[in-house]
Design a protein around this ligand. Sequence first.
Ligand SMILES: NC(=O)c1ccc[n+]([C@@H]2O[C@H](COP(=O)([O-])OP(=O)(O)OC[C@H]3O[C@@H](n4cnc5c(N)ncnc54)[C@H](OP(=O)(O)O)[C@@H]3O)[C@@H](O)[C@H]2O)c1
Length: 392
Amino acid sequence: MKRLCIHGVTGSIGRQTLAVIDLHPERFRVDAISAGRDLRGLAEICARYQPRWAVIADPALYQEAVREIAVGAPNTQLLAGPQSLCELAAHAEIDVVVAAIVGAAGLPSTMAAAQAGKTLLLANKEALVMAGDLVMAAARASGATLLPIDSEHNGLFQCLPNGEADPAHGVDRLWLTASGGPFLRWSAEQIAAATVEQAVAHPNWQMGRKISVDSATLMNKGLEVIEAQRLFDVGPERIGVLVHPQSIVHALVEYGDGSFLAHLGAPDMRTPIAHALGWPDRIASGARHLDPLSLSQLQFEAPDHARFPCLDLAYQALRAGGSAPIALNAANEMAVEAFLNGVIGFTQISALVEETLRLMPVSSPGDLESVLALDQQARRLAGESLGAFSSL
Ligand SMILES: NC(=O)c1ccc[n+]([C@@H]2O[C@H](COP(=O)([O-])OP(=O)(O)OC[C@H]3O[C@@H](n4cnc5c(N)ncnc54)[C@H](OP(=O)(O)O)[C@@H]3O)[C@@H](O)[C@H]2O)c1
């Protein structure tokens, strides 16, 4: 019986993780969960799974959360605040941590799980973008097992020998696929006028709002290129992106002998979640199986860098190294939030990221505190530019 901590349990990945766990009550016990602000969701999940601990990350909601959770889960101990996320991720009685908080807020608890030697199931790509070197080094030092949940990286992990992209084993190049998002066939003028509802209406995947906007700008793929560099230690020149509107092939590994190994599956996050939860076994996910006879129309095309400039900005940040990916991520988080709140237009997301990258000097953070300080610096710079953008 594996004892789980699910951070971000009220979100899309958190709930899909619970759906897989429901199929295997003999394998997994949900001992710790956390939410950001969704009290009702947290209370409902506590009542259903009776975890030992629950965290509401926003401390201002603690008293209300105590009342909500006491009704259905009187034995669950409620904690509050970001530090509690780290304490549970590192707790001696937790075996597996599912890192499914969205954004930079997930970094400290992801790092805590890596340092504590846990089996770390990683959905929170922003943590690796910001501090991938530090998280990977902490995992190596502690003996933590890091398993990617992001579908493309999970696919790569499955197609690589021992999950490693070592050129000595003939691995040439990694390919990530992108659906292209809802604006794949839209003109630049149409994209400039895109509304929030149009941006979050992803054609193939049901996801949280932030990653849905990231998919529409292709920043999601840019973040994933950086995530792949961190996870598999390959340079940007060995990571390619293909637009594949059907979202059936999630990733390809190209070998020196001309072979390509591809990972295929229905676009359903329960498949990579089940792979990581069960690893090294294979367990049922509840996802629909593909009918191979329905696969006669798999299309691949090059991304359009002019209409989707975020992809190039991510490669630029990865090549610049050091704090540049931190600035990229911070500016993107602020820009997406501003877009979702109606403060800026869709094309200003990439403009704000580009401006922040231009303004932020590149430095090399050596520890988590420095990474978090650089994240704050980038947010200040992005905030100043945002003020100028939104008054235009
Ligand atoms: N959804 C997908 O299909 C998918 C696929 C691949 C990778 N990912 C990655 O997985 C992560 C989660 O994505 P998602 O789509 O599941 O997002 P989501 O639906 O928006 O859920 C985000 C979760 O994070 C919690 N949260 C937000 N701010 C927090 C904070 N400051 N402190 C603690 N918890 C906080 C939310 O809590 P409340 O709702 O309670 O506020 C919620 O539980 C992202 O990094 C995303 O890129 C997602």
